[in-house]
Design a binder for this molecule. Structure first.
Ligand SMILES: [Zn+2]
Length: 131
C-alpha cells in the first residue's frame, strides 16, 4: 500500500469504524446494515471516537489457550464518548487498578504475546487515558 492509499484508508485501518443512521442519527459499533433503532437501511460509515470510559469490567483468569500466557486479562465494557458501548481488552491496566468510570483510549496492539506461524494478529485494546 502506498502512502496516498494509506492516508486515504487510515481511518479504516487504525480506528474503529462504525455506522450512523442517516434517518435517526443512531450510531453503532461494529458496523450495522440495518438501524437497530428505526429499521432504516440508510446507514453511513463513520469513525468511532477513540476515547471513552470503563462502565463495567471483569477479570478473566482462565482465558482461551491462545491467551493463557497473558492471564489474567482485564476485559472492559466501554462507553465511547458518543455513547456507543463495546467490549474490549484493557491493556497495561492491572486487575487491582481497573475502576468503573476510568477514562480510556483505543490503541492498536498485538492481540496475544504468543508468537505463532503467519503474520502477527493485531487488534484494538483500550489503555488508561488522562481524561
Ligand atoms: Zn435509525
Amino acid at each position: 500500500m502506498n502512502d496516498a492509499s494509506y492516508n486515504r484508508l487510515k481511518a479504516k485501518y487504525v480506528g474503529l469504524l462504525g455506522s450512523k443512521c442517516k434517518k435517526c442519527g443512531a450510531e453503532f459499533f461494529p458496523q450495522a446494515r440495518v438501524c437497530r433503532k428505526c429499521g432504516s437501511f440508510e446507514l453511513q460509515d463513520i469513525p468511532m471516537p477513540p476515547t471513552g470510559k470503563v462502565t463495567s469490567y471483569t477479570i478473566l483468569n482462565v482465558p482461551a489457550l491462545e491467551f493463557k500466557d497473558d492471564a489474567p486479562l482485564v476485559i472492559g465494557y466501554i462507553e465511547l464518548s458518543n455513547g456507543v458501548r463495546l467490549i474490549a481488552q484493557l491493556a497495561d491496566i492491572s486487575p487491582s487498578e481497573v475502576r468503573e468510570g476510568m477514562p480510556v483510549r483505543m490503541e492498536v496492539r498485538p492481540l496475544s504475546q504468543k508468537s505463532g506461524a503467519g503474520d502477527p494478529m493485531v487488534g484494538y485494546k483500550f489503555v488508561k487515558s488522562e481524561k
